[in-house]
Write a protein of this length. Sequence first.
Length: 40
Amino acid sequence: MHTKLNAMAIKEAVEDIMQRGLSHVIFESDSKVVVDAIHS
């Protein structure tokens, strides 16, 4: 459940960042599963 909530929070943050027109953003997460999914 924690992994799913982490992924949903990152997705929402990315959508907000895209709406604001930002292009250089750093995300950090302690969820290896989510980080690996983003990098793939």
